[in-house]
Design a protein around this ligand. Structure first.
Ligand code: SF4
Length: 400
């Protein structure tokens, strides 16, 4: 219904590493060229699990933004902002909480999963239970149409869709809706009004989904309608009331294949990471001391690449010829492990070189980062207020 807009956030709870780059940031960098994108530092989300260690969040906020910029996220293409600097997220969160049944929150799978995983934390809190709703507010406040998520996060998007539907159902029924919708149709001009009515009839009488899609794109193209009239006509198509909050779609992203230095998933908690801006000497040292297939005790012992974490790095970084060379060299003991590691070291350093270059400017002049975020927050706040005006009015909170 609204123009395509992508929203994605990241929690500032630690330095970013190559797993984040391959799992999230590379995707953001592609998306920023295809869609209007909003990327935010999810500091309130971080507090839901790190409420007792706020210093961790404080320490990582700016560093994380520099990591984004270093990786190639471009503030000229995407809006970068900090969640807590746009307080309307909290306002929408509290307003949505009025219509959110507790059972919906309790059945979000990550609620129980995370509580079981993070046993050392006391997560029997209101903030933790409500965090999927805060996430819904993040998405709905920008009328984001697409949200990149991994498979495990799709229930959160489904939850957000349910919240949007419930909100529209409860608050979309304004007095005189039909008359206002009919008046809005007239504003389309006679030819488009006829087309709109025809498509609406086809959808409502015959369930013709193509007619519905055509009518939606007809409305998308209308520049001269106010936001309120546009919402009415979208809602009128499907027979209900105003469509104030729009339902987002999940954009499924494939899980990162980035292994850690020990072959497990790369993660700070496993202490097996290479950070995004790690210095080249440290990267070289870490790879050179990485464990390999234990069968290769001596240089003349053949090995099995599939049992070696270095091989997994080859799968991420090496071209076919290099992979063939490493595989054959390993199983025939034709190469030593240090020989095998060198192309991986070279590839990581090559990947990181432009990141170091881009980061230097921001490290030397932190005010540049502050300004990027200040601009982004201002832009995000403006978009958020467009939705909030409609939401407040619908909930009877517009006292002007
Ligand atoms: S040769 Fe390469 S793949 Fe084989 S054990 Fe050594 S580092 Fe691993």
């Amino acid at each position: 219904m609204f123009a395509d807009r992508v929203l994605s956030g990241m929690r500032p709870t630690g330095g970013l590493h190559l797993g984040h780059y391959h799992g999230v940031l590379k995707n953001w960098i592609e998306l920023q060229h295809q869609f209007e994108c909003l990327f935010f530092v999810a500091d309130w989300h971080a507090l839901t699990t790190h409420y007792d260690t706020p210093e961790i969040i404080e320490e990582h906020v700016w560093d994380m933004v520099i990591d984004w910029l270093a990786a190639g996220v471009d503030p000229a293409q995407a809006t970068l902002f900090i969640q807590s600097r746009v307080p309307a997220h909290a306002e929408l969160h509290v307003l949505l909480s009025m219509i959110t049944p507790l059972g919906w929150l309790e059945r979000v799978p990550s609620y129980k999963d995370q509580q079981e995983k993070l046993v050392e934390k006391e997560l029997n809190t209101y903030g933790f239970l409500g965090y999927p709703l805060l996430q819904s507010a993040d998405i709905l406040i920008y009328r984001a149409t697409r949200v990149p998520v991994g498979e495990d996060q799709t229930p959160h998007i489904e939850f957000t869709r349910e919240i949007a539907r419930r909100f529209n159902h409860v608050y979309g029924k304004e007095p005189g809706f039909q008359e206002k919708a009919e008046a809005a149709i007239k504003k389309l001009g006679s030819r488009k009004a006829r087309l709109y009515r025809d498509l609406r009839n086809r959808y409502q009488e015959q369930g013709d989904e193509e007619a519905l899609a055509a009518a939606k794109s007809l409305l998308d193209e209308q520049q001269n309608l106010s936001m309120g009239d546009q919402e009415r006509l979208f809602g009128y198509l499907e027979g209900g009331g105003k469509m104030i909050l729009s339902e987002p779609e999940a954009m499924l992203t494939t899980a990162s294949k980035m292994p850690g230095l020990d072959g497990q998933k790369m993660s700070k908690s496993y202490n097996n990471t290479i950070t995004l801006r790690e210095d080249p000497e440290s990267v070289t040292r870490k790879i050179r001391t990485m464990p390999t297939d234990p069968a290769r005790v001596r240089r003349i012992d053949p090995g099995t690449p599939e049992k070696c974490p270095v091989w997994q790095f080859h799968l991420v970084y090496s071209d076919e010829d290099t992979k063939k060379w490493a595989h054959e060299g390993c199983i025939t003991a034709g190469i030593g492990c240090l020989d095998c590691k060198q192309p991986v070291i070279d590839a990581i350093l090559t990947e990181q070189r432009p990141m170091h270059q881009r980061a230097r400017m921001y490290e030397e002049e932190p005010s540049l980062v502050r300004n990027i975020i200040a601009d982004g927050c201002e832009k995000a706040d403006k978009l958020a207020q467009e939705t909030m005006r409609e939401v407040r009015e619908a909930m009877g909170l517009d006292y002007s």
